[in-house]
Write a protein that binds this ligand. Structure first.
Ligand code: ADP
Ligand code: MG
Length: 359
């Protein structure tokens, strides 16, 4: 019997998408006016030049987080941050949020208050208003579902389907650090104390930095909004599943192939140090670990150099050009290259994070 383990998270989403199309339901062909399944947000026209963005993400105890490793403030922050990141990825501005939570009866009020400190603190920072949600008792751990609405003008909308052959592939943000933080937690299984991972004196600064990247992902909102308004930008998304998987999403939606050059993949100092110390493969973490929440986008080759310069002046942080787009090749959607020759990661990974394949 075939199960979800055979088709994976993205196979399941594709299956749902097909079911909708089979029924002839309108509006699921991506175009600049109406986007259904397949991008970071759904897009709905809301005025002459205005589009509404809607995104939702679910976080489940023991699938996405462990209550004994994450503080309630960080969980509140992260639940909203991952959704705001999807609005950013479309070039948009978030406006309001809905929060549904399922909580076990014995959840302390202190935990609830601290969760909302993290959640509402971030909402306030971005001028996002909590406008509703749902609250239920849960018999099996904490369940969090967040819906964020936002807006974007038609000319600034950046779709996953907008990559074109000959464009370059670019990334902004810090790859693999969040993945390294999670891997450290999984392997070292710190004792139960919600505050221990970040304050425990045994941790060195690099590991602490990676765990922080995992719990409090930095948002690239201003950067994404700025990029979306530059000429020559093609597709854009936020890195939630890792470069390998997320580049594949762009390749699928844009009907192209993407060639990634290993020597151009940025490995940050903390990631390099942690990997040396733990004997981990930094390339694999940078490419295949999820929850980076940086931006992956494509840009016209003749605009790329100037864009990199302007971005650095504007934000004092780099854009890395890590590959290029081509017409769809018969060999596949993603091609990894090292010094021009085909390359396979040391652990043979060809995909990033997939909920039904890596549990
Ligand atoms: P992201 O990582 O950016 O949050 P996802 O990989 O979660 O995006 O989702 C990819 C696309 O699939 C989105 O358009 C999302 O709305 C859609 N999707 C995911 N799960 C479902 C579902 N159960 N039913 C319908 N659409 C879904
Ligand atoms: Mg996304």
């Amino acid at each position: 019997m075939k199960t979800l383990a055979d088709i994976g998270e993205f196979g399941l989403i594709e299956r749902i998408r097909k079911r909708i199309q089979e029924r002839g339901l309108a509006g699921f062909q991506s175009n600049k006016d109406l986007v259904g399944i397949g991008d970071d947000c759904a897009v709905i026209p809301s005025g002459d030049d205005e589009l509404e963005l809607i995104t939702t993400d679910m976080l489940l105890e023991d699938s996405h987080f462990r209550l004994d490793w994450i503080s309630p403030e960080d969980l509140g922050y992260k639940s909203l941050a991952v959704n705001l990141s999807d609005i950013a990825a479309m070039g948009g501005t978030p406006t309001s949020v809905f929060l549904s939570i399922g909580l076990p009866l014995d959840t302390s009020l202190e935990w609830v208050d601290r969760f909302f400190d993290g959640f509402l603190g971030l909402a306030q920072e971005y001028g996002v208003v909590l406008m509703g949600g749902d609250t239920t008792k849960s018999l099996h751990g904490v369940v969090i579902n967040v819906v964020v609405r936002g807006t974007v003008t038609r000319d600034a909308l950046t779709l996953r389907s907008a990559a074109k052959p000959e464009q370059l592939v670019a990334v902004s943000g810090r790859l693999g650090e969040s993945g390294a933080g999670l891997k450290w937690l999984m392997e070292h299984r710190p004792e139960r104390n919600v505050d221990s991972p970040l304050t425990n004196g045994r941790l060195n600064d690099n590991i602490r930095h990676c765990i922080h990247a995992h719990y409090r992902p930095e948002l690239y909102m201003k950067e994404a909004q700025w990029l979306a308004r530059q000429t020559g930008i093609g597709a854009m998304l936020d890195l939630s599943d890792g470069v390998l998987s997320d580049a594949r999403h762009i390749a699928e939606e844009s009907n192209v192939s993407i060639h990634i050059e290993m020597e151009k993949i940025p490995v940050s100092e903390p990631l390099r140090e942690v990997c040396l110390e733990q004997d981990w493969d930094s390339e694999a973490l940078a490419l295949a670990a999820g929850e980076d929440y940086g931006l992956l986008f494509t840009v016209d080759a003749d605009r790329a150099e100037e864009l990199v310069k302007k971005f650095e002046e504007e934000f004092s942080s780099p854009i890395h050009l890590i590959g290029r787009v081509s017409e769809r090749t018969s060999e596949g959607l993603i091609h990894l290259l090292k010094n021009g020759t085909p390359y396979i990661l040391s652990d043979g990974q060809t995909h990033g994070f997939d909920h039904f394949k890596t549990i």
